[in-house]
Design a protein. Sequence first.
Length: 45
Amino acid sequence: MAAEYVRRYEAEILGSADLAPVRSALPRGAALLCVERDRKPASAR
C-alpha cells in the first residue's frame, strides 16, 4: 500500500479507536485484521 494511504488510514480511522484494551487482551504476536464495507444508506439495504 502507498505510504500516504497507510498514514491517512492510521490517522483517520485507527486514530479514533482506543485499541489499547484489545491489544492487551491478545496473546503476544497476534495480529488484527481490519475489514470495512461500503456504507450504504438504510433505504438501499
